[in-house]
Ligand binder design. Structure first.
Ligand SMILES: C[S@@+](CC[C@H](N)C(=O)[O-])C[C@H]1O[C@@H](n2cnc3c(N)ncnc32)[C@H](O)[C@@H]1O
Length: 348
């Protein structure tokens, strides 16, 4: 019988340290009234969303999406035997710690080139493709049968919480809304109206389901299946203005709309100008991007150039968004998700 391949102990140690760091943070935030803080409750553990592993340089990322552990392998080659043995050993540790028995493993080896061709492996037994989990007391639907992503980008957790805290009585526009995480947060925070825009009807239906699963009526909330750039042009023509505009676009997208390809580095100036055009004086824009080629500093530099070039009665100032929770990059590491606020005011 061949000898089983042993796990790489250095890799395992690094991954274990990464989850211990998060456990320390969970324990230290235990006075917070959040799902994350309920580390000791097995039942609440099973509804929690949390990023357990995402260290720069490592191809393995792990997120807990309620009762399911989502593992992604970002590397051109599939795991070799030793890497696979390490992943298997680590998965056992994490299953034990979280109480999650269901998991899926996504291989993103062709990332960027054939983005829809990921390989999936599942935990043994029946794997229901749809389930639910919570973030800060709000429920979200997750799916493994509707695209590469499962339904909620966890790196926006603090921004969603910020939107919820600042939405009371406001009109909110959520562009590139995906499954409506920001819209649900705004509605839960008392927004008088949200408009969710995405090219995908599937995602908009999913967004409506996310409203319903939180007992939020979709009455008074709009869901527009269209290109965000076309919506902005239309809203400007109609002179629509919003108190809060959220824009979290992909770095690149191909749509069938007349607006054509979307590339953040080319479209950023036009996009930001259009966002300002539909924001009320006194209103705010929450902009974010995962575009890898620009740092937050570069985004802010580009934004400042655009703001200075505007010849209108408005002034706009950049402000920081809340720092991410500690299940993301440690504070001293550059962030993948970059975000900032633009505060609009009228010159008196
Ligand atoms: C990075 S996700 C956005 C994440 C989202 N803001 C959130 O809070 O979860 C990209 C989304 O943009 C949509 N999309 C891509 N290009 C678009 C366009 N030109 N106009 C509107 N939606 C677009 C996709 O269908 C997808 O739902």
């Amino acid at each position: 019988m061949p000898t089983p391949i042993a796990a790489n102990s250095a890799l395992l140690r690094r991954w274990t340290e990464a989850i211990e760091r998060r456990e320390r943070w969970l324990a230290s935030s235990a006075t917070d009234d959040t799902d994350l803080a309920s580390a000791d409750s097995q039942k609440q553990n099973q509804t929690r969303t949390m990023r357990w592993l995402h260290s720069d340089g490592d191809p393995l990322r792990i997120e807990q999406l309620g009762p399911v552990l989502a593992l992604s392998w970002f590397k051109d080659q599939e795991p070799n035997e030793q890497e696979q043995a390490s992943i298997d050993a680590f998965l056992e540790i994490l299953k034990e710690k979280t109480g999650c028995s269901r998991w899926y493993f996504q291989i993103r080896s062709n990332r960027g080139r054939t983005p829809n061709e990921e390989a999936l492996k599942f935990s043994p037994g029946v794997f229901e493709p749809r389930w639910e989990a919570q973030e800060n007391g709000l429920k979200y639907g997750f799916r493994i049968d509707s695209g590469l992503s499962a339904g909620l980008f966890l790196d926006q957790r603090r921004n969603r919480a910020w939107v919820r805290e600042h939405a009371k009585g406001k009109t909110v526009l959520n562009l590139f809304c995906y499954t409506g995480g920001f819209s649900v947060s705004a509605a839960a925070g008392g927004a008088v109206k949200t408009v969710s825009v995405d090219v995908s009807k599937t995602f908009l239906e999913w967004a409506k389901e996310n409203f319903t699963r939180n007992n939020l009526s979709v009455e008074g909330h709009e869901f527009r299946a269209m290109d965000s750039r076309e919506y902005l042009a239309w809203a400007r023509k109609k002179e629509l203005l919003f108190d809060l505009v959220i824009c979290d676009p992909p770095s690149f997208s191909r749509t069938s709309s007349k607006a054509g390809l979307f590339r953040i580095e080319q479209d950023f100036a036009t996009l930001l100008n259009s966002l300002i055009d539909v924001t009320k004086p006194g209103g705010q824009i929450l902009f974010s991007s995962n575009y890898e080629a620009w740092t937050l500093g570069q985004f802010e530099f580009e934004a400042q150039k655009i703001l200075h070039a505007r010849k209108t009665k408005l002034t706009a100032q950049l402000a920081a968004t809340p720092p991410p929770d500690l299940d993301f990059e440690p504070p001293n590491q550059p962030r993948n998700m970059k975000s900032f606020l633009v505060k609009i005011s009228e010159i008196k």
